[in-house]
Design a protein around this ligand. Structure first.
Ligand code: HEM
Length: 309
C-alpha cells in the first residue's frame, strides 16, 4: 500500500478515535440523565458518521487493485483480493451480531417473552453489529466507486440470461414455476462462465445488494430519530421494512450456505483469496446447460483476467 493510502487510513482512524473519545466522554461524564438504553441509542447515533467515514477511508485506501490476475507456480489463482476476503468476514461478523439480537427484539416483543438478561444488552450488541455492517457497506461502496471491476454483475443486456442460468441451478420443482413466472428459457444454451457462476451474478449478488440497501437505509432512519424529529409515518415504514429486510437476510444467509458449503473450493477462495484454478474451473464447468462459447446464444461473461475483486 502506498504512502497516500496509509495516510487516508490514518486520518480515518484518527478521526474515528477522536470521535469515540468525545462520545464516550460525554456518555460517562455523569452529567447526562439517560438510562442505559437511551444512552446506548445516543452513543450509536453519534458514532454513525465516524463509522461511515472510517469505512470510506478504508475502501478508498484499498485502491483500484492490480492489473492482471495473479497466479502462482503451484496452479493457484487469486480469486479474491485480501481486502475482499477481510471485508466479507467483517460483514459476516456484523450479521452474526445484528441478526439474532434484531430477531430477539422483534419476536420477544411479539411473543411477550423475556430473556434472563436485560433487554438493553440485546440493543447494545445489535448496535455494535449494525455499526460493523455500516462500516462494511461504506468501505465496499467506496471501493466500488474507484474500481472498474463489475464481474459480480451480469454484463449489460444479459440480465435475463444470467437469471435463467441462476434458476436452472435450482431443483426442478422450484425452477419450473420460477421460469414460467418470469418467462425464462432454461433450455437456452449458455457459455461456461469465466469467473462467477450464474447463481452469483444473476441472483446472489443482486439480492445481497437489495437486502443490504434496505437494512442500512431503514436502520439509519430509525437511528436518526434520536437526533432529528422523524415523522411517525416514515418511522413506521422504516421499522416495517427493517424487519422485512432482516427476514430477507436470514433467508439469504441460509441460501448462501446451501450454495457455497457443498462447493468447497469457493470456501477455500473466500477464506484465503487464493484457490486452485482447476477446482474452480470444474465448478464453473458444472453450470447447468453450459455449452461451448462458439454455439452459445449469449456473449461470454467478462474474462477472468480482471483482478480488482
Ligand atoms: C455466514 C457465513 C458465510 C459463509 C460461510 C460465506 C461463504 C462464501 C463463499 C464461500 C463465497 C465465495 C464464492 C465464490 O468463490 O465465488 C462467498 C461469496 C460472497 N459472499 Fe459470503 N459467506 C457468508 C456470509 C456472507 C454475508 C453475511 C454476506 C453479506 C454481505 C455475504 C456476501 C457474499 C457475496 C456478495 C459474495 C460474492 C458472490 C455472491 O454473491 O454469491 N456472505 N461467501
Amino acid at each position: 500500500m502506498g504512502a497516500v493510502r496509509w495516510l487516508i487510513v490514518l486520518v480515518g482512524v484518527a478521526l474515528a478515535g477522536l470521535g469515540a473519545v468525545a462520545i464516550f466522554g460525554q456518555a460517562t461524564s455523569g452529567t447526562q440523565p439517560w438510562d442505559p438504553e437511551l444512552s446506548d441509542n445516543f452513543i450509536f447515533v453519534k458514532s454513525i458518521p465516524f463509522v461511515l467515514g472510517l469505512g470510506v477511508a478504508v475502501g478508498l485506501a484499498r485502491g483500484r487493485g492490480a492489473g492482471a490476475q495473479r497466479r502462482r507456480a503451484d496452479g493457484r489463482v487469486e480469486r479474491f483480493r485480501i481486502g475482499t476476503v477481510v471485508g466479507h468476514w467483517i460483514m459476516t461478523i456484523g450479521f452474526l451480531l445484528a441478526l439474532p439480537t434484531g430477531m430477539w427484539q422483534y419476536l420477544g416483543g411479539i411473543l411477550d417473552v423475556r430473556a434472563p438478561i436485560d433487554l438493553f444488552l440485546f440493543y447494545r450488541v445489535h448496535y455494535v453489529g449494525g455499526a460493523v455492517v455500516l462500516f462494511g457497506v461504506a468501505s465496499f461502496l467506496a471501493y466500488w466507486s474507484i474500481n472498474a471491476d463489475r464481474s459480480l454483475l451480469p454484463p449489460r443486456g444479459q440480465w435475463r440470461a444470467h437469471l435463467a442460468g441462476a434458476t436452472a441451478e435450482l431443483p426442478p420443482r422450484l425452477s419450473g414455476p420460477i421460469a414460467r413466472l418470469f418467462r425464462l428459457d432454461l433450455a437456452a444454451r449458455r457459455p461456461t462462465p469465466d469467473r462467477f457462476t450464474y447463481y452469483e451474478t444473476g441472483f446472489s449478488f443482486p439480492v445481497w445488494t437489495i437486502a443490504l440497501a434496505l437494512i442500512t437505509v431503514t436502520g439509519l432512519i430509525k437511528a436518526m430519530r434520536y437526533v432529528y424529529p422523524i415523522p411517525g409515518g416514515i418511522l413506521y415504514w422504516a421499522s416495517t421494512f427493517h424487519v422485512a429486510s432482516m427476514v430477507l437476510i436470514v433467508l439469504k444467509v441460509l441460501d448462501h450456505l446451501r450454495y457455497t458449503l457443498p462447493r468447497w473450493p469457493m470456501m477455500v477462495a473466500i477464506a484465503k483469496g487464493w484457490v486452485n484454478e482447476g477446482s474452480i474451473r470444474s465448478l464453473l464447468a458444472a453450470e447447468p446447460t453450459a455449452a461451448p462459447a462458439a454455439d452459445a446464444d449469449v456473449a461470454r461473461a467478462p474474462a477472468m483476467s480482471g483482478s480488482d475483486r
